[in-house]
Design a protein around this ligand. Structure first.
Ligand SMILES: [Zn+2]
Ligand SMILES: [Zn+2]
Length: 274
């Protein structure tokens, strides 16, 4: 299901866009490989990260995976709609190095548990060695020799799909991703909204207060091009991240809200290609 949606949205990209995407996914994946290799090569870093994972609660682990997923979805949607994705890169939804290490190790452990459960039956003091070996074997298979471009996308899409299912399963996205939860728009996104002068013929009404917007007056324009009085839309966006007219979604500072928003962007794009 999820994979089909991603593939359908990818099918709408032009060839240059697709190769841009592949390149950026490749460099992100490469960066992750480097971090995980470093982690598996350093006894100190490995035991610190494992220790940290051990004490993280399930909701916290879910949040880590959600952040990781969000950064991947940003990667993906950026190539469709640069404008709506780059608007807000707030700190609350970004992932730092320590968290990245933890989530990479967590995902790798899940993978090992699934495909080589016997590896984790060894005493934890041996884990680093055993995991390092498995990882090296994995790398040989995935990256192969001279395999570069197209193949980077497949594991990436698999990873996104797995994370999506997990986050959805944990109920992160407001009850099965049905969008029941109200989240405020991201402050960064709101600050970046343009002020435009009302012009043209005919009466334009502000959908919030139902009053006419006078010509020459500076009003707020949302990315969907709907106009509102600043004094009307600001309190609205402090509560919801949607346009009062068309429900266009602005970025939010809520990790799960963002995952849902970007996922809907992909679904919409994918739907057009079918
Ligand atoms: Zn108004
Ligand atoms: Zn609108």
């Amino acid at each position: 299901m999820e994979e089909e949606t991603i593939m359908a949205s990818l099918a709408t990209l032009t060839l240059p866009q697709l190769s841009d995407l592949t390149n950026s996914v490749f460099s992100q994946t490469h960066h992750h490989h480097l971090r995980l290799s470093a982690l598996l090569s350093s006894p100190t870093l490995f035991s610190l990260t494992l220790h940290r994972l051990h004490f993280l609660s399930l909701p916290h682990k879910t949040l880590l995976i959600a952040r990781h997923l969000l950064s991947s979805l940003r990667h993906l949607t950026f190539h469709f709609q640069p404008s709506t994705t780059t608007l807000a890169f707030s700190r609350s939804t970004a992932i730092n190095c320590r968290d990245l290490d933890a989530v990479l190790l967590l995902l790798f452990l899940c993978e090992v548990r699934q495909h080589n459960p016997e590896a984790l039956q060894t005493p934890p003091s041996k884990w680093r060695e055993v995991l390092g070996q498995l990882y090296a074997e994995n790398m040989m298979r995935v990256s192969g020799i001279g395999v570069y471009n197209g193949t980077a996308l497949v594991p990436f899409i698999e990873m996104v799909t797995r994370c999506l299912r997990f986050v959805d399963l944990m109920g992160g996205c407001g009850g099965g991703g049905k969008g029941g939860k109200e989240v405020p728009a991201s402050v960064t996104a709101v600050v970046a909204l343009p002020s435009v002068e009302v012009s043209g013929d005919g009466v334009i009404e502000c959908a919030v207060c139902k009053e006419e917007m006078k010509k020459g007056r500076d009003v707020c324009e949302l990315p969907c091009q709907h106009l509102f009085h600043w004094m009307c839309i600001l309190p609205w966006l402090r509560k919801k991240n949607t346009c009062p007219c068309c429900r266009f979604q602005l970025p939010t500072d809520d990790v799960f809200g963002e995952i849902q928003r970007l996922w809907e962007v992909l679904v919409k794009i994918g739907g057009k290609s079918l």
